[in-house]
Design a protein. Structure first.
Length: 290
């Protein structure tokens, strides 16, 4: 059987949902310590994540084109063969699904528990019938699929195996694409924070500020809020550095400062210090360089 390149394409509606499945990557780590204050490294990470995403997009497109070619037919005879092939694939998927269901809930112990939980004889008979029906469904579907494989030609079986491989590759690559998307979002956030620090560095050089130590910042936070980044007591001041809304917006913040992540609060507090010195914190600012 030759695979044509022009006329009409027969695609199973059952196969398309498989192409839409995507696996999740779970927890994402760009690195143990993101480069919050290193804009160059942050931009490199973002560029790398974007390259990973583009690579996955290309690979998915290539695999999907290959799949379309496998399901392309030039004449009615090939169309019928491909239709049979698709039916066989659907039968295979159903067989696997039934087998998994039987494995998850049909072992002897769970079946026994299911029967012992019966409230009366009628319920017992009904439950036995359900178990028997499930077992017979798996057996019949397995026999149907085996019969279809026996009826298929060697070339059709080869195409079926190629489809399996392509679907697996597409699903794997979509999982990698999802990981890349998550990396991009994280990298964009890191770049945003690094840009704040870069702006603070410019102010530091222009105004010749002395950089506070980590311990000095910790003492300031403890004095202002006992280091609670999410504090919002209703007094008009928010977060670990007790920003008021006007000051927060003035240093580029948006919304409620106490809802901003700690790294953003730290960065904007540093920017504020290099902009106005310790004065924005009239009491607790004594812990910062004067």
């Amino acid at each position: 059987m030759t695979i044509g390149k022009v006329p009409f394409v027969i695609v199973s509606l059952i196969l398309f949902p498989l192409l839409l499945l995507q696996s999740s990557s779970g927890a994402l780590t760009l690195s143990d310590t993101p480069p919050w204050d290193d804009l160059e490294k942050a931009l490199l990470q973002l560029t790398g994540a974007e390259a990973e995403f583009e690579s996955s997009e290309r690979k998915i497109d290539e695999k999907e084109r290959e799949l379309s070619e496998l399901l392309r037919a030039e004449d009615k005879e090939e169309a019928l063969e491909i239709s049979f092939l698709i039916e066989m694939k659907e039968a295979e998927d159903l067989t696997k699904e039934l087998a998994i269901e039987a494995f998850m809930g049909g072992d002897s112990m769970s079946s026994a528990a299911y029967l012992l939980d019966s409230e009366n004889v009628g319920d017992l008979i009904f439950r036995r019938a359900i178990l028997l029906e499930a077992t017979e469904a798996v057996e019949k579907q397995s026999q149907d699929y085996a019969g279809m494989r026996e009826a298929a030609s060697a070339s059709m079986l080869d195409i079926a195996d190629q489809i399996d491989d392509l679907l697996a590759d597409i699903l794997d690559e979509k999982g990698r694409r999802t990981q890349a998307e998550e990396k991009i979002l994280r990298a964009e956030h890191v770049v945003t924070i690094a840009q704040i620090h870069a702006s603070a560095d410019v102010l530091k050089a222009e105004r010749r500020r002395v950089e506070p130590t980590a311990e000095q910042w910790r003492k300031l936070r403890f004095c202002e809020s006992t280091e609670q980044y999410d504090i919002s007591t209703g007094n008009g001041y928010y977060g670990a550095y007790q920003f008021d809304l006007i000051t927060w917006v003035g240093v580029g913040g948006e919304g409620d400062p106490s809802k901003a992540p700690p790294e953003e609060q730290d960065a904007r507090a540093r920017y504020l210090y290099h902009l106005n010195g310790w004065y924005p914190w009239p009491v607790c600012g004594r812990f910062l360089p004067q």
